[in-house]
Design a protein around this ligand. Structure first.
Ligand code: PHE
Length: 349
């Protein structure tokens, strides 16, 4: 009886090998697997007859059955690999049509409007003789506040609701303005200083004209005999080169702990259907003003903090809001649009 089972196992093996060579698809292969090795498959059917095999022959027949099963599984797996490789190779040769035109890389992208505006401002300032400097976005309280004449209990700190990233003795924070770069530059070099410093700044406020992250360009000019006239002339130059002549510029007295006297500059605008538009003399009336920068003469306390002789040098500083300028340039009504990454918005600018 054992011989009969052995013979059937032999036939099964031969049959499976023969059929396997004709298989060309994964579906056919799966069907074959089920037919030979499935729970109700041919091998199972043969093994049902094990009960009729004499006890002495059982180990031999059993071993043979296991071998056949293992061999079949291995051949099926190997064939599956072969099919997979063949189908990849076929796919590759099929699609490689050398006559098709190449895929064009997207070249219609452009700089983000914030970058564009920053670059414009920097180009104008470097034209006027300023060099570009960089500072870290994570700052020490010393650079961001103390050296700028804002000690821990100074009420002006309240205006800049701060995002602290490290507590304890040496507190670190996301800089609330680019003014700490003034400190870094003055600590690193003697006067004269003529620098601009672009970058992101962070505050805890958000509405249509405020965002928790926005961009400034800081300016600092320190030399012998720098006056408010230089400040005014320089900033008017920057704004007129940026927006053209005929814009409405308003100097408004203000306060910053690190400048004295201090001012803010507003630009006159009016609204149209889409958003803010810069008002131009003789063209549109000014219906409202948008603050675009803070400025002033460097406070002697700041010179003291960096080791400059306040009796020998003077200087002016300014901090310009890039988003605000971009809103006026392109007539944008909501600052949050800059950060939503909506291509329908970005491709218009
Ligand atoms: N740092 C100030 C702000 O962010 C702006 C400023 C810079 C004012 C330089 C005066 C001088 O509000």
């Amino acid at each position: 009886m054992g011989d009969g089972v052995l013979q059937e196992l032999g036939r099964l093996e031969a049959l499976a090998r023969a059929e396997l060579t004709a298989i060309t698809t994964a579906e056919e292969l799966q069907a074959l697997r089920v037919r030979f090795l499935g729970r109700k498959g041919l091998l199972t059917t043969i093994l049902r007859q094990m009960g009729t095999v004499p006890a002495a022959e059982k180990p031999l027949v059993g071993r043979r059955a296991n071998d056949v099963k293992a061999m079949l599984e291995a051949s099926l797996d190997a064939h599956r690999e072969t099919l997979a490789h063949a189908s990849i190779a076929a796919a590759l040769t099929d699609r490689l049509d050398m006559t098709l035109p190449g895929r064009r890389p997207a070249t219609d992208g452009h700089e983000h409007p914030i970058r564009q505006m920053t670059r414009r401002v920097l180009a104008i300032c470097t034209d006027l003789g300023f060099s570009i400097f960089d500072g870290p976005e994570v700052e020490s309280e010393q650079h961001n506040f103390e050296a700028l004449n804002m000690p821990a209990d100074h009420p002006a700190r309240d205006m800049q609701d701060t995002l602290y990233v490290e507590a304890g003795a040496c507190q670190r924070l996301l800089r609330t303005h680019t003014s700490p770069v003034q400190i870094r530059v003055m600590l690193a070099q003697p006067p004269p200083v003529r620098i601009v410093a672009p970058g992101a700044v962070f505050r805890r406020d958000a509405d249509v004209t405020h965002s928790p992250m926005f961009h400034q360009v800081e300016g600092l000019y320190v030399d012998h005999g720098v006056t408010f006239q230089h400040l005014k002339g320089t900033l008017l130059q920057v704004l007129e080169r940026l927006f053209g002549e005929g814009i409405s510029v308003r100097f408004r007295p203000s306060f910053f702990p690190f400048t004295e006297p201090s001012a803010e500059i507003d630009l006159g605008y009016h609204r149209d259907a889409h958003g803010m538009r810069l008002a131009r003399h003789g063209a549109e009336p000014v219906t409202d003003w948008l603050e675009i920068l803070g400025c002033g003469m460097v406070d002697p306390a700041v010179f003291e903090a960096v080791g400059y002789d306040a009796t020998a040098v003077s200087g002016f500083a300014f901090g310009l809001g890039i988003e605000r300028l971009a809103m006026l340039e392109w007539g944008i009504d909501d600052i949050r649009r800059f950060y939503e990454n909506d291509l329908r918005f970005l491709t218009q600018l």
